[in-house]
Design a protein around this ligand. Structure first.
Ligand code: PEP
Ligand code: MG
Length: 585
């Protein structure tokens, strides 16, 4: 997918104020292209995220007699930042609140304040510089740990920038405070920035960095805000205050958009769609629309949104902060609280997917050179089989206390013997519906024999894309490779569906691809029987499927699989689905 101006022969120089390609007739603006990660059409004036002030100077040196007072300023500034973040946390709910509280805790962590104050006393550095250097050390240590901890290095930088702004009396970096709706434009968004977004005011998000599985993308989808990431040239190409039209499905941003298109986008935006709890195509072919959840609160929200069940319960999300294995009783209680939200309905519980971006110290090895290719997911059971056994015991116990139809699946299955062993382990605990996630290309290619052993498969398109394209899913600079529209990824989905059809076993999708209404049509056309997604996406996916018959799904699936690039696949399918434009998707 191009990250430049649209069109085969589009020039790659863009006049920033209008978006018009150099040499194009006046008034004709070419859209800028990025990766659409949260569908929807929205217009508004650009508001840029205030960048942090940058590296403070190392001088002038603080006089000896001033050093104590200068050091004391750091604790006071950190405290002010903590209290502002805590205050902001009380104004929001759920995931947004948790993110802010986590950042507030980091600001309250005495390590940074202590080491920065020590630098002021020992080296007579001005307070902002001391904070900069001390935070650099902490971030380095986190980055060296890799995976999830390395991601936390970004949070440290965020806290550092806030403390420095407080110390220097500069405006807080981050999302501007506005009372009128706007389109937020940034190089990248810190977690605390994203958490503060008010969906009533933020019409759309555009970033230069971040991929389809980035933090920004996931949160934008969860909040229902159209978003385009990986847009080269942002924020410079999108000046403050300029009116833009963002298409989060197509991945485009138009400068000086046609007023009629802006009016229509606004009209559609205000139509609130709901999901009636029955996913189907226009000709009545049933497709179960399920939710991805990570804890009991998420399960409640999913049930409220009308999800037909849970297609992916990420159990590791309940225990990400643990250094030791949680006991069977505690696990069973967490699982029970999720299951009880879906009486009589299907809930697919995934066993711990520890490793890479989600290390759990009691099963993963922080020293691995390539954690994404290491002992993660089901592979951790080689080293710690009792952790899997205990978890299955806990799932079985929770299943016995509710009427939910409990399915269990293992992440990162690559071979037939792994499948056999997992199914056997589930049977030992009386868990009869045992399946596998298809996230490794080998599993997609071996879907026939794998599904001769497993009851079902669920495709994790996030990891399947990462491994098929050899592109780190967290790396924004590879966003165009980390795209489930890549025809190679679609061919692996097709192969999995063929294996499922051979063995008469259901194949679902629970990666982020399921939340893209246009891609959902392709997946159904390839033979996918259930789609699991963030609850916010249910109504849009349901609406597009309800307007499309199965023959069209199959025809568009063929067109996408036969395409030669992700951009081509997307364009072919979008062209064949006028309903997307009608619904503003
Ligand atoms: C996936 O890889 O698509 C998936 C659903 O698992 P996770 O995102 O939790 O790795
Ligand atoms: Mg995965």
């Amino acid at each position: 997918m191009s990250t430049q101006a649209a069109g085969e022969d589009a020039p790659d120089t863009v006049t920033p104020s209008t978006g018009a390609p150099a040499g194009a007739p006046a008034g004709v603006a070419q859209p800028l292209h990025g990766v659409g990660v949260s569908p929807g059409l929205a217009a508004g004036p650009v508001a840029q995220v205030r960048p942090p002030a940058g590296e403070p100077p190392a001088g002038p040196a603080v006089a000896e007699e001033q050093a104590e007072a200068e050091a004391a300023r750091i604790a006071a500034a950190a405290d002010a930042v903590r209290s502002a973040l805590e205050q902001a946390a009380t104004t929001v709910e759920g995931e947004r609140r948790e993110l802010l509280e986590t950042t507030a805790q980091m600001a309250a962590d005495p390590t940074l304040v202590k080491s920065a104050s020590a630098l002021v006393r020992a080296e007579h550095l001005p307070a902002p510089r001391a904070v900069w250097q001390a935070a650099g050390k902490v971030a380095e240590q986190l980055a060296a740990l890799g995976g999830y901890m390395a991601e936390r290095a970004k949070d440290v930088a965020d806290v550092r920038n806030r403390i420095i702004a407080e110390l220097t009396g500069q405006p807080m970096p981050g999302v501007p405070q506005r009372s009128e709706p706007f389109v937020l434009v940034a190089t990248d968004l810190a977690p605390a920035d994203t958490a503060l977004l008010d969906p009533a005011l933020v019409r759309a998000i555009v970033t230069a960095e971040g991929g389809p599985t980035s933090h920004t993308a996931i949160l934008a989808r969860a909040l229902g805000i159209p978003a385009v990431v990986g847009l080269a040239g942002a924020p410079a190409a999108l000046p403050e205050g300029e009116l833009v039209l963002v298409d989060g499905g197509a991945g485009t941003v138009e400068l000086s958009p046609d007023p009629e298109r802006v009016r229509r986008a606004e009209e559609r935006r205000t139509v609130v769609r709901t999901f009636d709890g029955r996913g189907r195509t226009a000709d009545g072919h049933e497709v179960a629309l399920l939710a991805n959840v990570g804890d009991p609160d998420g399960a409640r929200a999913a049930a409220e949104a009308g999800a037909q069940g849970v297609g992916l319960f990420r159990t590791e999300f309940c225990f990400l902060d643990r250094t030791e294995e949680p006991g069977i009783d505690e696990q069973a209680e967490q699982y029970r609280r999720v299951l009880e939200q879906f009486p009589g309905k299907k809930v697919v519980v995934r066993t711990l997917d520890a490793g890479a971006d989600k290390p759990l110290p009691f099963v993963t090895d922080a020293e691995e050179a390539n954690p994404a290719l290491g002992v993660r997911g089901l592979r951790t059971a080689r080293k710690a089989p009792e952790v899997l056994e205990n978890q299955l015991a806990a799932i079985a116990r929770a299943a016995g206390t509710t009427s939910a139809d409990v399915w269990v699946m293992a992440p990162m299955v690559a071979t037939v013997p792994e499948t056999e062993e997992f199914v056997a382990a589930c049977e030992r605990h009386g868990l009869r519906t045992a399946g596998v996630m298809v996230e490794v290309p080998s599993a997609a290619l071996l879907a026939g024999p794998i599904l001769a052993r497993a009851s079902f498969a669920s495709i994790g398109t996030n990891d399947l894309t990462q491994y098929a394209m050899a592109a780190d899913r967290l790396l924004g600079s590879l966003a165009e490779l980390s795209d489930p529209w890549q025809p190679a990824v679609l061919r692996l989905v097709e192969s999995t569906c063929l294996g499922g059809a051979q063995q008469s076993r259901p194949v679902g999708v629970c990666g982020e691809a399921a939340a893209d209404p246009a891609l959902a049509v392709v997946l159904v056309g390839l033979g996918i029987s259930s789609l699991s997604m963030t609850p916010r996406a249910l109504a849009d996916v349901a609406a597009v499927l309800a307007a499309t018959d199965l023959a069209t799904c199959r025809r568009l699936a063929r067109a996408a699989v036969d395409a030669e690039s992700a951009a081509d696949a997307r364009a072919r399918v979008r062209e064949g689905l006028p309903v997307l434009a009608d619904l503003g998707l």
